[in-house]
Design a protein around this ligand. Structure first.
Ligand code: HXC
Length: 519
């Protein structure tokens, strides 16, 4: 055989592999509003940067006539490429080949890129579109899943792992995305569930559509499983690129530093206008964040879930920061179970990847009620406390208004080792709000006044007294719990200064196998 003939064989195989399950199945994929595995990689990666691995892997199954049905690549495209010039490893499941189902060969390909990513400190992005375990292969595919899960756990906290769900993701298959750092979903085409609608109907007699059970909106709003949701696949992949631009490649490398367009000493002139004069009036904490960070750019994570806390990425002086803020416009910014879980997971991600934390505090406390207590607010609230306390990255906090009770301690207080704590003159730092406090402190006096029909008058006077004494930042400042009471205009400049001061921060933790976060 001549060299040219050999080249032709290679070209033919390449072409065959690139056809996936064939033109007809690709057309079916398109008509369902989905892209092919390769089209998705084209949108995710910098143009021309994708290098494929294991293009000719096939399955080894001989049962159910499978030896007659072999597809080069075995239903998943794997390799590496670049996102904004930085290398990432990728896998993209191909639904046109056996429904993207996971078989032994398919799993080996994914495991290979996972191993390479971990060995080289490179992020891993998985595009999931799969009917689950390849039924014809039985336990070999279950083993393949477990090999992936194990690698997900080894890589956790070492390299960023991103899961993009762009089709079905069912059964135990959901647990790989669940272990990874961020899950993206596209509206109307992606869904995740442990058991599908049919099984649910048989077991619990509930009737539910697959969209309502495990669609993008369900997981973005109700379960909190999805961190990001986009209206279509192309937008979803653009969002992944945007997120990657904030993240470091691994736990030892710094996040990319961007050149700054926004002056470091820019005054934050909006904050004073945003903060209401009445302490019970809502406002949108995201507007405060936008006024402080570089170019008002804030990539919100979990924006539809537990909206009483806001978390996301931004830059200050070009440096990536993780921003956490209580959100007074939802549940008055109270901490509840969902907000604690959302905040804790985000804080731990930032700590694992050396991303400084900036916390904007306006919290009236933990949400009271039996549903919260029965649901375990004690253990879930403790997760947020634990996450902040164990975080050794630079931690900055700004109290914009309320910092009450246990929530004051939890939200990056000095006592759990925040590095710099600031408060606006509008801050109120106390054990509880004035209403609750006077009911306990002056129970008898209030009861007497109510009998004499002077309840409101006495209450107002006592509440005012309490506010004058405690509802300000100065008691905390006297004790050194607040480093400085600042005018809001200074926020940006001060935070950037502090981040630069803390660049060399090193904190040792006691030697141990791992802590025991209250799960
Ligand atoms: C082998 C599969 C497959 C699978 C789909 N296909 N799922 N082949 N193993 N798991 C094949 C179909 O036979 C079909 O082949 C092609 O993929 C496209 O499937 P369709 O059914 O035509 O597509 P659609 O109507 O869009 O439905 C998609 C689907 C459905 C909802 C995913 O295919 C489905 O329910 N599949 C089975 C899902 C499942 O039960 N998987 C096992 C779950 S248990 P042709 O040749 O016709 O194109 C599991 C355990 C994991 O995953 C445990 C990990 C610990």
């Amino acid at each position: 055989m001549t060299y040219l003939e050999k080249l032709n064989i290679l070209a033919e195989k390449e072409k065959q592999a690139e056809q996936g399950g064939g033109a007809e199945r690709i057309a079916k994929q398109h008509s369902a509003g989905k892209l092919s595995a390769r089209e998705r990689l084209d949108l995710l990666l910098d143009p021309g940067s994708f290098i494929e691995l294991d293009k000719f892997v096939t399955h080894r199954c001989i049962d159910f006539g499978m030896q007659e049905q072999k597809y080069l690549g075995d239903g998943v495209v794997t390799g590496y490429g670049k996102v904004f010039g930085r290398t990432v490893y990728v896998f993209s499941q191909d639904f046109t080949i056996f429904g993207g189902s996971l078989a032994g060969g398919h799993a080996l390909k994914i495991c290979k890129v996972m191993d390479l990513a971990l060995r080289t400190g490179t992020p891993l992005i998985g595009l999931n579109d799969s009917g689950g375990a390849r039924i014809q292969e039985g336990v070999e595919s279950l083993g393949g899943y477990a090999e992936i899960f194990w690698r997900n756990v080894q890589a956790s906290g070492v390299i960023p792992q991103i899961s993009v769900v762009l089709g079905p993701c069912a059964g135990g298959a959901v647990y790989s995305p669940a272990i990874t750092d961020f899950i993206f979903m596209a509206e109307n085409t992606s869904y995740m569930f442990v058991t599908g609608p049919d099984v649910i109907k048989t077991v619990t007699h509930e009737e539910v559509s697959k969209e309502a059970l495990g669609g993008a909106d369900t997981h973005a709003e109700k379960s909190g499983v999805a961190h990001f949701v986009a209206e279509n696949e192309a937008k979803c992949l653009q969002m992944v690129r945007k997120l990657m631009d904030y993240l470091p490649s691994n736990n030892l490398d710094p996040a990319p530093l961007k050149s700054i367009q926004d002056p470091i000493d820019r005054k934050c002139l909006e904050i004073a206008k945003i903060l209401p004069t009445q302490s019970n009036q809502p406002y949108d904490m995201r507007k405060i964040i936008a006024d402080v960070v570089d170019q008002a750019e804030f990539l919100e994570v979990h924006s539809h879930y537990a909206q009483n806390i806001v978390v996301g990425f931004a830059r200050l002086g070009g440096q990536t920061v993780g921003v956490v803020g209580n959100q007074p416009s939802c549940l008055a910014g109270c901490l509840d179970i969902a907000a604690s879980l959302k905040g804790a997971r985000f804080v731990r991600f930032c700590d694992a990847f050396q991303i400084s934390l900036v916390t904007f505090v306006d919290v009236p406390g933990f949400l009271p009620g039996t549903s919260q207590e029965y649901g375990g607010i004690i253990k879930h609230g403790a997760k947020l406390l634990y996450a902040y306390a164990e975080a050794t990255v630079p931690k900055l906090a700004v109290i914009t208004r309320k910092a009450y009770g246990g929530a004051y301690d939890v939200m990056s207080s000095k006592h759990i080792r925040a590095d710099f704590n600031f408060a606006y003159p509008t801050a109120e730092i106390a054990v509880m709000g004035s209403e609750g406090a006077i009911n306990i402190l002056y129970r008898d006096e209030i009861a007497r006044a109510e009998k004499e029909k002077k309840g409101t008058e006495v209450r107002d006077r006592l509440a005012e007294e309490y506010k004058t004494t405690f509802a300000n930042p100065y008691k905390a400042a006297e004790l050194g719990y607040i480093d400085e009471v600042i005018v809001p205009e200074q926020t940006r400049e001060l935070l950037i200064q502090c981040l630069r001061l803390l660049k060399g921060k090193r904190e040792r933790v006691p030697s141990r196998k791992h802590g025991n976060i209250p799960l």
